[in-house]
Design a protein around this ligand. Structure first.
Ligand code: OOB
Length: 564
């Protein structure tokens, strides 16, 4: 068991979801009672944590970023003052706030300030652009948007202004850096206020789902479930006050934030080191300087790190554990990690919706290399089912369905979609094709959902196809995932264009103008004059994805081939 369990057991169960309204699907009362009784859900809210940490760890360093160190005491103080500053702007309990910040201590301060107020951060990655954010504003009606002025060559302020123009709900833009006419984040600095704060069963934050449709999906995580997610993950990974976590992936991603990531490290009194970019050029010197003990990557980045390691001699000897998840890690690459980086590997099959499967630190090499581990919680329920929803025989592949103490019961404000994304008895349909080995470990075999997993970044196929069809020269369009040795999958747009055929660069410019992010732009382009069809008359995407398929133009390759 883990800390927090005993407190919950002493107290009578509380009605955890009072006041959620129609926006969120609650867990059934008997399970609320069970999860509290088992001690998964404690009494604390996320916003209270920094206060407790400050009392225990005081001047010890909590976070290091490019601006320098922040102690636990300073973190708590900044959280208090920013919460008051936000409150003074009129941000209150239940309000949604878009947060799009790079990996900085400010990111952590902002999240905890909002947790403390009972407002809900919507955690957006820095790479996302106006098309995604526009959809999120429509859906969640945030009252404020917290951004950095500029990051990696992109100025977030004009985008924020455009969003504020389009959405009446968005009353405040708060900028870390040069704020111009907006609120300076540093000025949100009022004397601490004592508010009653949210309850453990309230929604703490809204995470982004990779999605499969044109409409964005938000994942409501409660204080209690998310704290459990991080606490149990930290225990499983053996974290202690000596742990030093490198946040290399975006902090706003669930993996980085809470699996066990930033939250889990701070819960154990460890230190979080923020990398602005995940490449070896920045991260290797940080590992050496800060004596980083563990970090998390997607397979495409592991590949980059391994290549750099062929010539790089930075001292990485402090590194004990590399977590890899977000996309399938091939056994060959998994095997190379230990020798090249001098650390253990942990595979993580995770999803922002909840369920986390981990290989354990004492698992055999065979398990760590060939499987994506098993569920974190004793109360995680996993079913593997066929197309008709029947459990498959042991060892056979099928779709992974799950429910449990940190897996949502429905997306935020998505009543209609929830009817298909969840079973009637509350299992989340992951869209992942998995099989369970006799030892209980899961292996990801593929995917059922219409999503491309490009280096761990999820692309909703239907959404991008709609944008492609909007191009004046395009009559019809499909987007495919094709295997890629580095990215796992890259995206290929195949178009029917009656008149002039657009070039890839033209298409990119067009899609960028529509507010798409870099990773959403097709990597390559092909044309056909009519769709190949399956026996039942659907577009045969398999045939289009075939290497001997249509003429394809990519950044480097160009082949002249046509579908017969
Ligand atoms: C993580 O979360 P999301 O929400 O960005 O993506 C979830 C999806 C899964 O449904 C699966 O399709 C894929 O990403 N995935 C994997 C995987 N881990 C995630 N596919 C194959 N092998 C793996 N190890 O990606 C995420 C969240 C928390 C921790 C780690 C990853």
């Amino acid at each position: 068991m883990f800390p927090g369990g005993t407190a919950a057991r002493r107290d009578p169960p509380r009605a955890a979801q009072v006041g959620w309204g129609a926006d969120v699907v609650p867990w059934p009362a008997d399970l609320v009672e069970r999860y509290e009784r088992q001690g998964y859900w404690g009494r604390e809210t996320l916003g209270e944590l920094p206060r407790r940490w400050a009392a225990v760890h005081g001047d010890r360093c909590a976070i290091v970023d490019h601006r320098g160190p922040t102690s636990y005491a300073a973190l708590d103080g900044r959280v208090d003052r920013m919460a008051s500053g936000l409150h003074a702007l009129g941000v209150g309990p239940g309000d949604r706030v878009l947060v799009q910040l790079p990996n900085t201590a400010t990111f952590v301060v902002t999240c905890f300030a909002l947790f403390r107020l009972g407002a809900m951060p919507i955690l957006v990655m820095p790479a996302q652009r106006i098309n995604d954010l526009d959809g999120l504003c429509k859906l969640a009606e945030p009252v404020a948007f917290v951004v950095q002025d500029r990051f990696l060559g992109f100025d977030y302020r004009p985008m924020a202004e455009e969003l504020a123009k389009r959405h009446g709900s968005l009353r405040h833009v708060v900028v870390d850096g040069e704020a111009g006419p907006h609120h300076r984040l540093e000025d949100l600095d009022d004397p601490p206020l004592r508010n009653t704060g949210p309850r453990p069963g309230d929604i703490a934050c809204l995470l982004l789902s990779g999605g499969t449709t044109g409409t964005p999906k938000l994942i409501p995580r409660t204080h209690a479930d998310y704290a459990y997610n991080a606490r149990a993950s930290a225990a499983l990974c053996g974290l202690s006050a000596e742990s030093v976590y490198l946040a290399a992936l975006p902090a706003a991603h669930n993996f980085t934030f809470a699996c066990p990531g930033i939250l889990g490290t701070l819960l154990r009194g460890g230190r979080v080191v923020m990398a602005r970019t995940p490449g070896g050029d920045e991260t290797f010197p940080l590992i050496a300087r800060e004596k980083v003990t563990f970090t998390a990557l997607v397979p495409a980045l592991v590949d980059l790190w391994l290549r750099q390691r062929e010539w790089d001699t930075t001292d990485l000897s402090s590194l004990q554990l590399l977590q890899v998840g977000g996309a399938r890690l091939m056994p060959d690459m998994a095997r190379r990690i230990g020798p090249a980086l001098g650390c253990r590997v942990q595979q993580v099959l995770g999803m922002a919706e909840g369920l986390l499967c981990y290989t354990r630190l004492d698992d055999s090499e065979e398990v760590v290399i060939n499987t994506q581990g098993r569920p974190l919680s004793p109360d995680d329920e996993v079913r593997i089912v066929d197309a008709a929803g029947r459990d498959v025989p042991p060892g056979e592949p099928g779709e992974l369905l799950t429910r449990g103490p940190y897996t949502i019961r429905g997306y935020y404000r998505a009543e209609r979609h929830n009817r298909t994304a969840f079973t009637s008895d509350g299992f989340y349909r992951s869209g992942d094709l998995v099989r369970r080995r006799a030892d209980g470990n899961l292996v990801v075999e593929g995917r059922i959902k219409e999503q491309i997993n490009r280096a761990g970044e999820k692309i909703a196929v239907a959404e991008i196809e709609e944008h492609l069809r909007a191009h004046p020269a395009v009559d019809d369009a499909v987007l495919l995932g094709v295997p890629d040795p580095i990215l796992g999958e890259r995206s290929r747009a195949v178009l029917i264009a009656g008149g002039s055929r657009p070039e890839l660069a033209d298409l990119h410019a067009f899609l960028r103008d529509r507010g798409l992010a870099r990773h959403q732009l097709p990597d390559e382009l092909g044309f056909v004059s009519s769709w190949p069809l399956t026996a039942v008359g659907k577009i045969d995407k398999k045939r289009l994805a075939d290497p001997s398929g249509p003429r394809v133009a990519g950044a480097s390759a160009f082949r002249e081939e046509t579908i017969p």
